[in-house]
Design a protein. Structure first.
Length: 231
């Protein structure tokens, strides 16, 4: 089976009702990113950081995967699909995608501040001051903050996949955050046909082989129909 790699961003989850970051009404309009998504912010006011992620986790528990997520699951009938996501939600999992790499962590997991190898599932939507790991240290959201390095294994796998696949799909990302934003460039440099799906043009739109100016929930089912003609 041919290999399809998908790089997804917050726009993938927008139609499930989860806020994106850099659009009108986005999260970074309401919060100072460095106060709620950086080690400095955690040092300064971890109650605020815990609250920021609790609110998003609560929203996530009330959200469902959308037609875009389900379209990617459907594509597994025709391709070996790998989802490389910047998203920390679990909507790709809940939709049923079978190969998912989280570059920026997972909001429904918590990790020890004393020993990062200790990672726990969060029951419900709250992670609070006083929630401790087995070694007695405070738990933090298991996500990659700005200024923190990405988890090695998923990033290495994503880089390799971006240069060794048959088709590369970039969906719902403003392509502003590194190193994830460089993945489509690796695919293009390896002459891999690259398609972008986004209602707004990004720096990738003009270099992709194809740019589909549309919401993912509309474009993916359509793309699926198109692909079925050639398979
Ligand atoms: C790193 C997890 C090495 C948390 C996130 C100065 C100091 C320190 C670092 C840097 C620096 N300058 C640059 C850096 C590197 C920095 C970076 O890239 N900064 C940028 C912003 C300038 N990167 C890092 O820090 C990374 N680590 O480099 O380590 C290092 C170490 C020390 C010092 C230097 C380097 C870590 C980056 C990870 C940060 N964590 N998230 C959380 O989620 O709370 S990033 C965050 O942005 C999310 O993960 C998100 O996924 C990601 C990217 O955003 P998008 O997904 O693209 O979302 P956005 O809102 O931007 O766009 C949505 C898009 O969807 C839009 O285009 C819209 O049109 C589209 N859309 C809307 N609706 C739909 C749609 N598309 C389709 N369908 C729809 N319906």
């Amino acid at each position: 089976m041919k290999k399809l790699v998908v790089l997804s961003g917050a726009g993938m989850s927008a139609e499930s009702g989860l806020r994106t970051f850099r659009e009108m009404g986005g999260l970074w309009e309401e919060y100072d990113v460095y106060e709620v998504a950086s080690p400095g912010g955690w040092q300064k006011d971890r109650e605020l950081v815990l609250r920021f992620y609790n609110e998003r986790r609560k929203q996530l528990l009330e959200a469902e995967p959308n037609a875009g997520h389900l379209g990617l699951v459907e594509l597994e009938k025709f391709f070996e699909v790998w989802i490389v996501t910047q998203n920390i939600d679990d909507l790709h999992e809940r939709a049923g995608s079978s190969r998912i790499l989280h570059l920026h962590g997972e909001i429904r997991k918590a990790r020890s501040t004393a020993d990062p190898s200790l990672v726990y599932d969060i029951e419900g939507w709250k992670l609070e001051e006083g929630d401790l790991c087995e070694k007695g240290s405070q738990l933090r959201p298991h996500v990659v903050w700005f200024g923190e390095t990405l988890p090695e294994a998923p990033l290495a796998a994503a880089l390799d996949l971006s240069e060794n696949c048959d088709l590369f799909l970039v969906i719902g990302t403003s392509s502003m955050v590194q190193p994830a934003a460089s993945l489509p460039r690796y695919a293009l440099r390896s002459k891999i046909f690259t398609i972008e799906v986004n209602p707004e043009p990004t720096q990738i739109s003009e270099i992709a082989n194809e740019y589909i100016q549309s919401n993912s929930g509309i474009a993916l089912p359509k793309l699926l129909e198109e692909m079925k003609k050639y398979l």
